[in-house]
Design a binder for this molecule. Sequence first.
Ligand code: MN
Length: 228
Amino acid sequence: MSTVFPPPQPVLLPVADREDRFPVRRVYCVGRNYADHAIEMGHDPSREAPFFFQKNPDNLLFGNDKFPYPPLSEDVHHEIEMAIALKAGGADIGLEDAMACVYGYAVAIDFTRRDRQAEAKAAGRPWEIAKAFEHSAPISPILPVETVGHPSSGRIWLNVNGVIKQDGNLDQMIWKVPEIIAELSRLFVLAPGDVILTGTPAGVGAVHRGDRINCGIDGITTLSLSVV
Ligand code: MN
């Protein structure tokens, strides 16, 4: 069968120390999953549960340590997040079955056009312009569960030009990994290849061209990039 143009190439994430790549199907993100970040954004985590939004698979940036500053924003923020990579899925996954769906974990950044997001919030509009722009999700190689287990605590941190900006712990997540998978699978049918960014701790802030960002999650790996 021929196609009217060459089909888009699949997004194939590297897996640490393995030849096999991880083919990405969808990218989901959790919003306000750390109480101190919800508070810094002006929300009350005791009254509003975390929620979901999406990025596009081809927004993932990997194998390249240069993040191109996006157009049409003057206020692009860093958000360090743990990413979950799924090897299995389904609908209405129970809490007791959720962890068996996980292939591995990675370190990611949910870059956000904060000015465009504020406009969208004020106008009651969707968030794609703020969240799903080109290269908006740098991600490390995936560390398989056999290598790193299921990290439920550990420092999650990010510095800009050597100055620490975000310094939290995975144990501060409001929805834990099995709860995220269970909740998401009530809304969407999950499948192998889905990647879930699990939210960011406090300390988000603007980046500028020329900045060097180093970040990581203790027990998983680190990620470094330059803003260009
Ligand atoms: Mn985020």
